[in-house]
Design a protein around this ligand. Structure first.
Ligand SMILES: Cc1cc2nc3c(=O)[nH]c(=O)nc-3n(C[C@H](O)[C@H](O)[C@H](O)COP(=O)(O)OP(=O)(O)OC[C@H]3O[C@@H](n4cnc5c(N)ncnc54)[C@H](O)[C@@H]3O)c2cc1C
Length: 367
């Protein structure tokens, strides 16, 4: 049941029904706000390509990620409730095993102070017991908990149904009123969607926002990623294996193998280079042979300071953005969609490291 907000609800227009736009729209509806979403099937979506992994311990030295103590308890409660509400199954808690690539890394993780650092999320194992026929390393590794993957394709399809049933989703780019190139009506400084005082426009366009004249001053650092769906016959791997590349069990003999990171040719076209890079890394990490079933590419909406872009435009106060989820959308989006809704509806503070007001001087500089 959605709440009825004590103040009069506002009209929110959301551009984009990816991970960011879907969660924001859903939480606004829960707060009794009026929502309309525009999503163009012709514009690529990072969420539909993503592997959907959430993992609180990352990086070469396997350290706890930023705000892990807040983000992970939140998402572990949020997604199962969402599954019930959307009547779909997309949340897959699965452990991640991170084999040690060499003895130096193994030695590093044997020291006590390192173990203390992340003991609530991970434990070190110094031999591979049942994984001997699966991974090439015999040195052991780190077993990480509070991990898994969200099947974003299934989740977004369920959200689409949910929004269509409520009549809030329009499956095309937004219209262009006054003959202008809506939604980019910067010249006339006319608020988009007409002068309805209470209307708020939030862009959740992912990588496309780099072309949005309202927000292209923000320091995006988009990263292309490629991913393969593969078949590994005769093996039943029950965890995500992650070292240089990840291998996610999808059920049956199917697995997802990813991902590449490239900062040029920012498009959604799979390449031979991407495919060979993933195949080579797979062969280094894993023992069983595999066959490729499909190959996809997308662009992650990453940012230079590796923090999301959330908040309102420095000049047009009824225009906002929820973006910059980079390669960690699944972990960041639930917590920060809630925080953004609390900001929009209850005027609560946004975390200073995500609020786009940290770049106001860049906007004033480019104007
Ligand atoms: C190969 C790869 C692997 C990844 N793996 C992971 C992972 O394991 N874990 C993880 O957390 N993240 C992962 N990510 C990142 C993840 O995809 C993003 O963090 C997240 O999905 C971004 O969501 P978004 O809603 O901001 O953007 P998008 O998903 O790109 O959504 C934007 C939406 O806006 C629409 N749109 C844009 N402009 C307009 C317009 N003018 N009019 C109408 N509609 C518009 C688009 O059609 C799209 O539907 C991966 C990404 C890639 C490419």
């Amino acid at each position: 049941m959605s709440k009825v907000h004590p103040n009069s609800p506002k009209n929110y227009t959301i551009i984009g029904q990816g991970l960011a736009g879907s969660l924001l729209a859903y939480m606004l509806i829960q707060e009794g706000q009026k929502v309309q979403i525009y999503d163009s099937p012709d514009i690529p979506s990072s969420s539909k390509i993503a592997a959907g992994i959430y993992n609180p311990v990352t990086g070469k030295r396997l350290v706890k990620t930023w705000l892990a103590d807040k983000l992970f308890p939140f998402l572990e409660e949020f997604y199962p409730k969402l599954e019930t509400d959307l009547k779909a199954k997309f949340f897959h808690p699965v452990p991640i095993f991170h084999p040690f690539p060499d003895t130096a890394t193994q030695k590093f993780f044997k020291s006590d102070h390192v173990a203390d650092d992340f003991s609530d999320f991970a434990t070190a194992e110094f031999e591979n017991i049942y994984r001997k026929g699966i991974v090439n390393s015999t040195l052991g590794g780190i077993a990480i908990s509070h991990t898994g993957w969200v099947d974003l394709k299934v989740m977004l399809a369920a959200f689409r149904e949910y929004f269509l049933e409520r009549g809030v989703l329009v499956e095309k780019a937004p219209p262009a009123p006054r003959g202008g190139a809506f939604p980019f009506d910067l010249e006339s400084k006319v608020p988009p969607l007409g002068a309805e005082g209470a209307s708020v426009l939030i862009y959740c366009q992912g990588f496309e926002s780099t072309k949005n004249p309202y927000f292209n001053y923000l320091p995006f650092n988009p990263v292309k990623g490629e991913i393969l769906d593969i078949n590994i016959p005769k093996f039943d791997i029950q965890e995500i294996i992650n070292q240089g590349v990840f291998v996610i069990p999808l059920g049956g003999n199917q697995y997802r193998l990813g991902a590449t990171y490239t900062w040029d040719e920012l498009d959604n076209i799979p390449t031979e280079t991407g495919k060979s890079s993933l195949t080579e890394k797979y062969q280094k990490l894993m023992k069983p042979s595999m066959e490729i079933l499909s190959h996809q590419a997308g662009v992650r909406p990453a940012t230079k300071d590796r923090r999301p872009f959330i908040g309102m435009h420095p000049e047009f106060e009824n225009i906002g953005i929820f973006n910059g989820l980079g390669s960690k959308g699944v972990s960041l989006a639930p917590y920060f969609a809630k925080q953004f809704v609390d900001f929009l509806v209850y005027q609560k503070e946004l975390h200073s490291e995500v609020n786009i007001n940290r770049f106001a001087s860049l906007y004033l500089g480019v104007k």
